[in-house]
Design a protein around this ligand. Structure first.
Ligand code: NAD
Length: 419
């Protein structure tokens, strides 16, 4: 999992994006008051006995932004730069994302300010279990369902599930998604984000009349989301001309063999030194002439200073928040077609929803069932967002926010206010 570098305050961006879409939807002030801000914010201290015997206190948060359309849903992030504002922003985006793909979840996010790269498995397990017990009053399969995010994984979810289940006295797999298959995880969850990115790129190419076969692609970030998206694009006949990770960038104008590159990454942990490729500076990747640019690494990768050099027809936001608002404006002027993150990378939470449904029913689906349902959800959502983009003549990001925020606004209006 990756390191994040947030330029500015992500929560300010989330609020600004909300206002823009709410204005376009002409939402009343009353509705804005009810859906704009987090419903619950919990900050906890997590004391952990470290391997050397001393006790370290970690600060941690769980934010439930919305439960208007269903249980709050969102990952847990472990990172040294986790802040409450970042968690609030990510929770807010989860609400709109779940509504864009029309799954019956609200939005949430958790975060622990820690440096997992320098912690042992034992320390990570103790921290995860204590964090889980600290947020226990908030989570549950009908209340708030965590999942993996940056630097957390299926093992982390297994510890959350076990801690929660032990306090209740019986196994409750539906309290988390992104679990190992042996604990009630779903087939297809691991590759769901990259697969969803692929489906939205297919739809965008169809819309723009760009044949995917032979299309040139550059992928920044070769982790879970980026590598799976690259593999599916490669298998569909696209030419992946450049791929980067945190240490290197490999380039071949005639296309890289993505199966071989994944083998190398699994073997060595990086893409550096891939045969039949030339090394280029990672930052050069963003400016390569190509049909499709896939930022799948850090937040704010494309910003005011480098957006003008982007030379792609489509930018598919596999990462969360890879374009700053300033970059958005520049790409809009250049006529670049952006598939916004809350649509593009929503495949992950969609299959999380499938996992939760399977857990609740104790009935598990074949991988192909998962893929077919995911494709239907992603392509329908793309069409819904595209329609608003074309009808209302707004950028795709605003269109996606309008769709998500509009659905939450409708739900809150129908539910009314308690008491
Ligand atoms: P990951 O850790 O598996 O992969 C990230 C990759 O980015 C790694 O290969 C890393 O080396 C690379 N990277 C880091 N810094 C880089 C840089 N400066 N330049 C180029 N590459 C760099 O993470 P992931 O799960 O694939 O997540 C990537 C993004 O996708 C994040 O923004 C995450 O929030 C978003 N996302 C992921 C999922 C999911 O299910 N995995 C779902 C929705 C959104």
């Amino acid at each position: 999992m990756l390191a994040t570098a947030v330029i500015g305050n992500a929560y300010d961006v989330a609020l600004e994006n909300f206002d823009t879409a709410a204005d376009a939807l002409e939402l009343s002030q009353d509705i804005r008051e009810m859906i704009k801000y987090p419903e619950r914010v919990l900050t906890v201290s997590v004391p952990v006995r470290m391997d050397d015997g001393h006790i370290h206190r970690f600060e941690a948060h769980r934010v439930q932004h919305s439960s208007v359309r269903g249980p709050a849903k969102g990952g847990i992030r472990y990172h040294p730069q986790v802040t409450l504002d970042e968690v609030k922003a990510l929770a807010t985006w989860m609400t709109w994302k779940c509504a864009v793909v029309n799954i019956p979840f609200g939005g949430a996010k958790g975060g622990v300010t820690c440096d997992p790269k320098h912690m042992s498995q034992g320390e990570l397990e103790r921290m995860t279990r204590r964090y889980t017990s600290a947020i226990l009053p908030l989570i549950g399969p009908e209340q708030d369902i965590p999942a993996p995010d940056v630097y957390t994984n299926p093992q982390t979810m297994a510890w959350v599930m076990d801690t929660y289940s032990m306090t209740k006295g019986y196994p409750i797999p539906g309290v988390v998604t992104g679990k190992p298959i042996s604990l009630g995880g779903s087939l297809g969850r691991n590759e769901a984000t990259g697969r969803g990115v692929f489906y939205t790129i297919q739809s965008a190419c169809e819309h723009l009349g760009i044949p995917l076969k032979g299309a040139t692609v550059a992928v920044q970030g070769f982790g879970n989301a980026g590598s799976i998206a690259a593999l599916l694009l490669y298998d569909a006949g696209a030419k992946i001309i450049a791929v980067s990770d945190s240490t290197a960038c490999v380039y071949n104008r005639n296309g890289l063999d993505i199966h071989g590159l994944i083998q190398l990454k699994n073997l060595t942990g990086h893409v550096e030194g891939f045969p039949e490729s030339d090394p280029i500076e990672p930052i050069e990747l963003l400016a390569l002439k190509c049909d499709i640019l896939v930022p799948a690494a850090l937040e704010n990768a494309v910003h005011a200073d480098n957006a003008a050099s982007v030379n792609a027809k489509i930018v598919a936001e596999a990462a969360n928040g890879p374009l700053t608002p300033a970059a958005d404006r520049i790409l809009e002027r250049k006529g670049v077609f952006v598939i916004p993150d809350i649509l593009c990378n929503a495949g992950g939470v969609t299959v999380s929803y499938f996992e939760w449904v399977q857990d609740e029913q104790h009935l598990f689906w074949e991988a192909q069932d998962v893929y077919n349902r995911l494709e239907r959800v992603m392509k329908t959502s793309f069409r819904d967002v595209l329609k608003i983009h074309l009808d209302r003549k707004v950028p795709m990001r605003i269109a996606a926010n309008m769709l998500g925020i509009g659905r939450v606004a409708e739900a809150v209006q129908i539910r009314g206010i308690y008491p």
